[in-house]
Design a protein around this ligand. Structure first.
Ligand code: GTP
Ligand code: MG
Length: 201
């Protein structure tokens, strides 16, 4: 998809605040600080449309970005961020869970994991939830610019094994710095968008 006009639409903390339009949504999930907001910017060629930060916990609400009125990219808060209070963690957890489990427009989830690290317990739990939910999912193994090329295949294998990825789930090495993987990831998004159009002629 060639993006002409991507814009921030709204911020929500509860379902009544989600957009009213019935267009497909693609959500980005992953640990705090893994690079969810950065990957959105990279995909739409914008430096700072989605706000990013070096301190974990930058995104604290659900932000909807309107892509040409055809799709929403949904930027969620991260999980597994140790330094927030228990109350805040549980509020975020509920916010993410409510969105993921109730939103009928949600057609695809891009789950981010840091290619440098073995997926955490939270990542494993997240993937298991995704698999049960039957929502189409793709794994982006991000920050690939931070490891030598020679390590990429081994790391991808470790992620696939640790998450026990279903063999039909794609894992795409990605870098928001170098934009490696961008075409591949857009390929998966386009595939979904076409399928959706097929469903609603
Ligand atoms: P929360 O909103 O806290 O959940 O974080 P997030 O997942 O949205 O992460 P964010 O996009 O804010 O990025 C966190 C930090 O990682 C920032 O300092 C980014 O510049 C950096 N970062 C993100 N993606 C990449 C990448 O592909 N390569 C490198 N080198 N740094 C990255
Ligand atoms: Mg963020």
């Amino acid at each position: 998809m060639k993006v002409n006009d991507a814009k921030y639409e709204l911020t929500a903390v509860k379902p009544e605040q989600y957009p009213q339009k019935n267009i497909p949504e693609i959500a980005f999930v992953g640990r705090s600080n893994v690079g969810k907001s950065s990957i959105i910017n990279a995909l739409i060629n914008r430096k700072n449309l989605a706000r990013t930060g070096s301190a974990p916990g930058k995104t604290r609400e659900i932000n909807f970005y309107n892509i040409d009125d055809k799709l929403y990219f949904v930027d969620l808060p991260g999980y597994g961020y140790a330094s927030v209070s228990k109350t805040e963690k549980s509020t975020w957890g509920k916010m993410i869970e409510t969105y993921l489990s109730t939103r009928s427009q949600l057609k695809m989830i891009i789950m981010l994991v840091d290619i440098r690290h073995t997926p955490s317990k939270d990542d494993i739990q997240m993937y298991q939830w995704l698999e049960n939910s039957k929502i189409h999912c793709v794994i982006a193994a991000v920050k690939v610019d931070k490891i030598p090329r020679s390590q990429v295949i081994t790391k991808l294998k470790d992620i696939r094994e640790t998450l026990k990825l279903n063999s039909n789930v794609n894992i795409i090495p990605f870098s928001s710095e170098t934009k490696q993987g961008k075409e591949d990831l857009w390929g998966s998004v386009d595939f979904l968008a076409e399928e959706e159009q097929g469903d609603n002629p």
